[in-house]
Write a protein that binds this ligand. Structure first.
Ligand code: ZN
Length: 87
């Protein structure tokens, strides 16, 4: 798994390698009012793209990969990926 996120300031699909984060241009407009969608993240393990919420971006809520073939769970700490310990 990639340990550090690469933050893109421009949406360049070809550069969405594993562990790349792109903050949505309309961040906060979609999803839950309390915890709206905020960014697109490619899973640091498998590269599957998924929308993550504001609480996930700031590390309050764990990110869980949406792929059936990947069980990555992790927190975002600044630009680091911290694997969630599953007990
Ligand atoms: Zn994954």
């Amino acid at each position: 798994m990639v340990q550090e996120l690469n933050v893109l300031s421009e949406w360049i699909p070809e550069q969405m390698q594993p562990g790349t984060l792109f903050v949505l241009e309309n961040a906060g407009d979609m999803g839950d009012e309390e915890d709206p969608y905020w960014a697109v993240l490619s899973c640091p393990e498998c590269g599957t793209l998924g929308l993550i919420t504001r609480r996930q971006v700031v590390g309050l809520v764990a990110v869980i990969c949406g792929s059936d073939k990947c069980s990555a769970q992790f927190f975002i700490r600044e630009s680091d990926v911290v694997v969630r310990k599953v007990s």
